[in-house]
Ligand binder design. Structure first.
Ligand SMILES: [Zn+2]
Ligand SMILES: [Zn+2]
Length: 411
């Protein structure tokens, strides 16, 4: 008799009499004795018991699992069929077991003090996984599987849980008429109404949709989500090297889409541009959301009255690492908490364009409201460019020209 059996022989008497199949009996001691299935483990325990004068044959219909293991080939075939419809490098099998079975199993553990038992779910996942493996020719991945085939053992249903794909890049926005992300219609909240002409949207397209719709088509995914490193106002362009973003595609059928082709097709639009597309990890979304890079802006400013070049330059240069207090701007008051934030203007350069028009190029800390820094927002931003110049200024157009952020070479 094997050593491990000797130790548990007394403990095994009780469960062996409870009408279990060999598998379920073996699983009660599943963490003991290596290199065998629970089926074999159970048989060995019964043999040992019978040698010791205790005969407890396996039952036809198991009182614990109700012979669910007889269905494993069917489960595996359905799982493989679903998995084959989707491209992936790896997979994992998961299962749902009838709650009554799990409850019965737990009460057996407690009743007989079985602390080396394995859960039925663990055995099902492993054994079905072994059967699926040769059918799909993909590796099993436990930590970060691209797809999980969830088998509901009650109905032999398989639902695929498909991990999204993430694509990072930088975008430029050349239009002052499109937003960064899909903007649902305010009246109908996306259902479609007269106001939005049935589109459900406030704007015909967005930086998100131009690339997202193509990526969706190429990947056979379900939905796209856009995670930008901040966003500019709709009427501001995003120029220069662009703004970092991550595009997320849910439930893709094809994971390895040709990013060069995606870029080529997305860049046909003259409203937005896309560059540096590369596969990204899920963590990139969080990293981009938490980043707060300085930004450089270019503003076309109109001033009330005439400006003098020397004075203008003097005021611009005076904003060298100057901390300003910004109370939540009047224009966003309704959707943001009313607070005073401290922001630093790193530097400002001015260039006269006409008698009452000039351009400002400025670099500021993340979160600075530029239009309000220029206008003073009725005293809510202090100091402001208008305040120091001593003349009321207003931003006519605003562009973001640089986001000071260095992406890692590759996720
Ligand atoms: Zn059983
Ligand atoms: Zn609408």
């Amino acid at each position: 008799m094997e050593e491990w059996i000797k130790g548990i022989l007394d403990k095994a008497r009780g469960p062996a009499e409870r009408g279990l199949c060999d598998r379920c009996l073996g699983r009660m001691f599943g963490k003991l004795g290596t290199g065998m299935t629970n089926d074999v483990r159970g048989k060995k325990i019964r043999e040992a018991l019978s040698e010791a004068g205790k005969t407890a044959p396996a039952s036809e219909t198991c009182s614990l699992c109700e012979n669910v293991f007889d269905m494993m080939n069917r489960f595996a075939a359905s799982a493989a069929e679903k998995i084959r419809c989707v491209e992936s490098d790896d997979f994992l099998v998961g299962s749902r077991v009838e709650p009554e079975i799990s409850d019965r199993e737990k009460s057996l553990w407690e009743e007989y003090g079985l602390d080396n038992a394995e859960a039925i779910k663990t055995e099902l996942n492993r054994e079905i996984g072994k059967l699926v493996l040769p059918l799909v020719n993909r590796r099993v991945e436990f930590k970060n599987p691209q797809i999980v085939a969830c088998i509901d053992t009650r109905f032999a249903d398989v639902v695929l849980d498909i991990a999204p794909i993430f694509i990072s890049g930088r975008y430029t926005k050349n239009s002052r008429e499109i937003p960064q992300t899909i903007w649902p219609c305010r009246s109908c909240k996306g259902r479609g109404c007269e106001r939005c002409g049935g589109t459900g949207k406030m704007y015909r397209t967005s930086v998100q949709e131009i690339i997202g719709d193509i990526a969706l088509e190429m990947s056979g995914g379900e939905e796209h989500f856009f995670h930008g490193m901040g966003r500019e106002d709709i009427d501001a362009r995003m120029l220069g090297d662009g703004r970092p973003f991550v595009l997320e595609i849910s439930r893709p059928k094809i994971r390895n889409i040709d990013l060069e082709e995606l870029g080529r097709r997305a860049n046909i639009s003259d409203l937005a541009g896309y560059a540096r597309l590369q596969p990204a990890a899920r963590e990139t979304v969080q990293r981009y959301k938490c980043a707060d890079p300085d930004k450089t802006y270019k503003a076309r400013v109109r001033v009330d009255g005439k400006v003098n070049k020397a004075r203008l330059n003097e005021v611009a240069l005076s904003f060298k690492n100057v901390c300003i207090d910004q109370r939540t701007p009047h224009r966003v008051e309704h959707r943001r908490a009313d607070l005073v934030r401290k922001r630093e203007i790193r530097w400002v350069e001015a260039e006269i364009i006409g008698d009452d028009v000039f351009d400002l190029t400025l670099n500021a800390e993340s979160g600075t409201y530029i239009k309000e820094f220029v206008s003073g927002d009725g005293g809510r931003t202090n100091p402001s460019f208008s305040g120091v110049l001593g003349a009321q200024c207003a931003v006519e157009t605003l562009d973001v020209t640089a986001i000071n952020y260095q992406e890692p070479m590759r996720d």
